[in-house]
Design a protein around this ligand. Sequence first.
Ligand code: RB5
Length: 148
Amino acid sequence: MIAIGADHGGYKLKEEIKKYLEEQEIEYKDFGTYSEERTDYPIYAEQVAKAVQSKEYEKGILVCGTGFGMSIFANKFKGIRCASCWNEEVAKLLKAHNDANIIALPGRFINISQAVVILRAWLAAEFMGGRHTERLQMIEEIEKKNMK
Ligand code: RB5
């Protein structure tokens, strides 16, 4: 089950992504925004990050203009690993090396065809483990130290 959210910069792409998820019979919950009216990306990043952090949702998709604001905000939540992705290869690596549980997409810089390629790669990829596990442990340690 996927949690999805966007601000006004990502609204249109989010709507198209929802159609793709429906075609693929992938279940999701849309946390908003629900129109192109100007809003603030932290509102939606918080809801999606909490949904994934609580493990109620396995993965999250966030869309804003660049994917940057969303990922910066989402990464303030312990256990969340999120980054903005713009092509298939980086999407694959985001899962394989970083075990990202949320992907952020730049709604103003990619179209739905590109988004589908990126999402397909990220959803199908598997975490490689090995040396990357040690790096994730280092992330956990710094979270324990720096986050409540
Ligand atoms: C909104 O104008 C824009 O700043 C936002 O969508 C996002 O790109 C922020 O990182």
